[in-house]
Design a protein around this ligand. Structure first.
Ligand code: ASN
Length: 343
């Protein structure tokens, strides 16, 4: 028997809810008004709306991620699914953060938005919102996903790769969970967890995390300026990963200083696809072995940043951090297989 799903629409701003002003596009459309543009959704779900804030996602950070997780926690038992309307610019970070803050979650939390406001005649907003409500109403949907441009992307695998086109997001190093064509949802990954691992909401993040992008010629001395203000530094290095030495050993010295004081150093890559593997080249392996550096492997940078904030929020111990960081959550990390499996 068909039963209508109950969905909570959480509007947070973004282009989807923006109007033109003399200062440029700015979120102004209410959650109820957003819903009025997709009347057909009422045929397959019942929808309530809330609007905790109305921000361009440029202004969204860890405090809003915690507020969204807390809102979902308060409303969890009353709804079958959640749809969050959100700006696209930092959507991938929010999706990753919610993947870590809401774990073992068997209900769908869908994040969507648009490249054009919902009240324009030509816009991706209405299709994205309708697709999201449809996906959130599906029996097999679960966990945190982005629905955008007809694709369902795991919350830890999304990256905004186009700043203007309607197909703004890609799923990085992982297939899409599903595609949505017209009103049909085609699952590529259909893995709703039947286990009884209890749902868990986390309430703390530590955002003293810095992402340092290397450029040719950069000195490791820059890390000195970060030392007091940050508990973790993610280094976006070149290729599969390595640290430059232009003759002054500055990276070596500074990483020694960070590691010996219990700070976290994570090696990532500025190459979007295929991930890091620091043990391939001498420029990576020697440093990794000496300092037992953590690396992001096939995780996206957005997921690496959010996971670091989440894991640091749970523990101050380096070994515990490493264990949390290397645990696969919402499909975020597949490449790491434990050092013992390597040859
Ligand atoms: N397309 C968008 O939503 C961009 C907007 N600046 C935002 O992220 O809020």
């Amino acid at each position: 028997m068909f039963t209508m799903k109950k969905i909570l629409l959480i509007a947070t701003g973004g282009t989807i809810a923006s109007k033109y002003t003399s200062e440029g596009l700015c979120p102004q459309i209410s959650s109820e008004e957003l819903l009025s543009y997709v009347p057909t959704a009422r045929k397959f779900c019942e929808i309530d709306t809330v609007q905790p804030f109305n921000l361009d996602s440029t202004n969204i950070n860890a405090s809003q991620w915690l507020a969204l997780a807390a809102l979902i926690e308060r409303k969890y038992e009353y709804y079958d699914g959640f749809v969050i309307c959100h700006g696209t610019d930092t959507m991938a970070y929010t999706a990753a953060a919610l993947s870590y803050l809401i774990q073992n979650n068997r209900k769908p939390v869908v994040i969507t938005g648009a490249q054009k406001p919902i009240d324009l005649p030509i816009t991706d907003a209405r299709a994205n919102l309708l697709d999201s409500l449809r996906f959130a109403s599906h029996d097999r949907a679960h966990g945190v996903n982005i629905v955008f441009g007809g694709e369902v992307i795991a919350g830890t695998r999304a990256k905004k790769e186009r700043s203007k086109s309607f197909n703004a997001f890609s799923s990085i190093n992982f297939p899409q969970i599903a595609i949505i064509q017209d009103s049909r949802i085609i699952f590529y990954i259909d893995d709703k967890d039947q286990s009884t691992t209890p749902l868990k909401f986390c309430h703390t993040l530590n955002d003293r995390v810095f992402l340092l992008k290397l450029i040719p010629g950069i000195s490791g001395r820059i890390l000195e300026a970060l030392y007091d203000s940050y508990d973790a530094v993610i280094i976006e290095s070149f290729g599969v990963g390595g640290l430059p030495n232009y003759g002054d050993d500055s990276f070596h010295e500074m990483i020694q200083k960070f590691i010996s004081s219990g700070k976290i150093v994570i090696m990532a890559t500025q190459v979007t696809h295929e991930g890091s593997d620091m043990e391939i080249y001498q420029v990576g392996k020697v440093m990794k072995d000496q300092f037992n550096l953590i690396e992001s492997y096939d995780m996206t940078l957005e997921a690496t940043v959010a996971k670091t904030m989440w894991a640091l929020g749970q523990t101050g111990d380096v070994a515990d951090f490493q264990e949390l960081f290397y645990k696969t959550i919402n499909h975020d990390l597949l490449f790491w297989d434990g050092e013992e499996n390597r040859n």
